[in-house]
Design a protein around this ligand. Structure first.
Ligand code: FEH
Ligand code: ZN
Ligand code: ZN
Length: 345
């Protein structure tokens, strides 16, 4: 018989309501489960999409604890767990799946074949997540040990993993290639670093804010272009890939208009934009369109290894967990540079 323990948690209880820092019960682990004491949890635009969702828009059941970008220490393990050690620091792979389908068995839980029937997308997305003192992780396979500082490690599980997975899907980019990073936020600034670490490409960052472009240059971007001046891009460079971390009508149109023939437009931002595909249409001949979602478990191991090798450095804005509602507001208002990381007190 497993017991429970109380934990502080930022929970959503009403659709379109404000999340609240409250006390929640978290069950002790059984079987393959692992209880993680949270040390750091990132704040993501996708959290805002959850907070803004109308009743019925998401298949999630309320209430649940938010937070899908988690690092902490193993606090307790279920009887079947043998591959993690109490007290070791881990990051949590967030897109939990059914655990039985061919995608999940292959470590591609982000593309679980049974996702539509699960009623949740993963930690903090319909299941209790890591904006809490503790989080119950369904299986130790979702944990990656790390020696990194927790506030550096947590963002790797989404802000690092998602662009890594998108870049891995681009295939080989030639020495003369160029890639645009549209939107230099939590994911975008790590995308710049990943592109510089993994490809020979010229990296051009596009954003509406000068401070974000300064961050992109500091992360290794060869050029930073203010979105308002992006028309210059239309006459200039043609990109072998455009990573759109915004996903609005404007950025999708810009990506399509600046893509090289045979190039890839990867849409990662959920900005609600649309692009009409046709022949003729806005995309060049041979264009590929991808909609990457998060990443695989092997991808997360690779991202952690890159960070531990000094190839990734997260620009963080570290705040107490109790600051969560303000952090959501700051993210929504564009007042965040890099990634907000919350720390339970
Ligand atoms: C999570 C849930 C739904 C859409 C997108 C996301 C991303 O934040 C995960 O990378
Ligand atoms: Zn996210
Ligand atoms: Zn599955």
């Amino acid at each position: 018989m497993t017991g429970t323990r109380k934990t502080q948690a930022v929970r959503l209880s009403t659709w379109r309501g404000l999340p609240e820092l409250t006390e929640a019960e978290v069950r002790d682990p059984a079987g393959d489960e692992v209880l993680v004491e949270v040390e750091a949890v990132g704040v993501c635009h996708s959290d805002l999409h959850v907070l803004d969702a109308l009743p019925g828009a998401l298949p999630y059941r309320l209430p649940f604890t938010l937070g899908h970008e988690i690092a902490g220490r193993v606090a307790a393990i279920g009887a079947h767990v043998q591959d993690v050690t109490i007290g070791e620091r881990v990051v949590v792979y967030g897109p939990w799946g059914c655990g039985q389908c061919r995608r999940c068995l292959a470590g591609q839980d982000n593309y679980c074949d049974h996702r539509a029937g699960l009623g949740w997308s993963g930690a903090g997305l319909g299941r209790d997540g890591g904006m809490a003192g503790h989080v119950l992780v369904p299986h130790s396979q979702y944990l990656v040990p790390t020696g990194l500082d927790a506030t550096q490690a947590a963002p790797l599980t989404d802000a690092g993993l998602t662009p890594y997975h998108a870049i891995a899907g681009l295939g080989d980019l030639g020495e003369d290639s160029a890639v645009a990073v549209v939107g230099v936020g939590g994911l975008g600034h790590l995308a710049v670093q990943l592109l510089r670490a993994l490809t020979p490409s010229r990296v051009v960052a596009v954003d509406t804010r000068e401070d974000a472009l300064d961050l992109a240059r500091a992360c290794g971007a060869h050029e930073g272009v203010l979105a308002g001046q992006a028309t210059a891009l239309r006459e200039g460079t043609r990109f072998d890939a455009v990573l759109d971390f915004v996903g609005t009508d404007t950025t999708l149109a810009l990506g399509a208009a600046t893509l090289r023939a045979g190039g890839t437009l990867a849409v990662l931002g959920s900005g609600g934009g649309h692009l009409t595909i046709g022949k003729p249409g806005p995309l060049p001949q041979g264009a590929r369109l991808t909609l990457p979602f998060w990443g695989t478990r092997p991808d997360l191991h690779a991202v952690v290894a890159l960070a531990e090798a000094g190839k990734l450095s997260v620009t963080t804005d570290v705040r107490p967990l109790s600051d969560a509602v303000q952090a959501f507001d700051d993210l929504r208002s564009g007042r965040v540079l890099g990634r907000v990381v919350l720390v339970p007190q």
